[in-house]
Write a protein that binds this ligand. Sequence first.
Ligand SMILES: [Fe+2]
Length: 346
Amino acid sequence: MTLVSPRYQNPYAGFPLDNSSQGRMMRPSLSGLSVGLRPPVAPVASPASLYTFLPNRQNAPYRFAVMGDAGTGDLNQALVARQMSFWHQVMPYNSVMVLGDNVYKNGEPALFPDRITRPYQDLQRQGVRFFPVLGNHDVKKGFGDWQLAYWGVPPFYNFKLGPPGFEVEFWAIDTNLLIPQSSLEGQANPVLARQKAACQMAWLAQSLAQSTASMKVVYGHHPMASRGANTKPGRAFEQQILASQLGPLFSRYGVDLYMSGHEHHYEKPALVSGTYHLVSGAGGKLDSAKRGGPEGNGLLKQLHFMLFEITPQGLTYRTISSDGKFIDCGKIPRRGMLGGQLYTYA
Ligand SMILES: [Fe+2]
């Protein structure tokens, strides 16, 4: 295949990096992650690779959006992106956690501008920052490192949002590394894939242990606990592999929430072994009525994104459909706080 080199743009170019009250972003030196035409060598992450964000008053620092499985380039992606832009005017947010499968079907670099930049350029122009993880479609042809370079992030990283004393720390992880069958590298070079996975797990355990944040949120592409996933071949196996590796860490270090996509629907946050799990995988792709389990009991087959707010009591969320309706809302309490009862559907 002849690859036509796309014109690379750094989505964060122009974002203020000064000490003004409008916001400051301190980033580690991401050696090897220069935005260029060569796939970079993924840096070894360490707890020192923490991104710290200070308040950006214009952009409501304590709200963030979540969406996954968006990269179709079709009308569905555009409709969700349009709602994200609209709701940014109503309830401004300054970050978007992107849950993977950002470029269908094979993560082709030539499609990055069309799937990653164009639908969200309105938000990016307003300083909204995007924190992606890679999905199986992003890595299946070996273009994962290209996409990370395009976004300007390492393969796994952590950062904080929220006011002092109520900070929420996020860990963005590459679950493809933990499910080697899902990546080209995992199939072609299982030894290297295992080394990368071990590196990520060591980093995750160490930084979770060192975290002093009042809430801990981990997110990756594949779910650990999805009811809908169990109706598709191979999906239960993926969840078992992930749960066996991540579950013990989540319990030991008190992870409050795990967010994933991969299943093209919405699953309301549900408490599993002390950690809330949600699935938000319909930011552009949607399962048919037959695939991914029946609707109901917290599972909805609607294109959507989620809008979160960090409050002293925990996280509140609204799930907004591609036609602008609230299809769910609720709260995820800080540990030790009462009031964690989830709302029923609006
Ligand atoms: Fe996926």
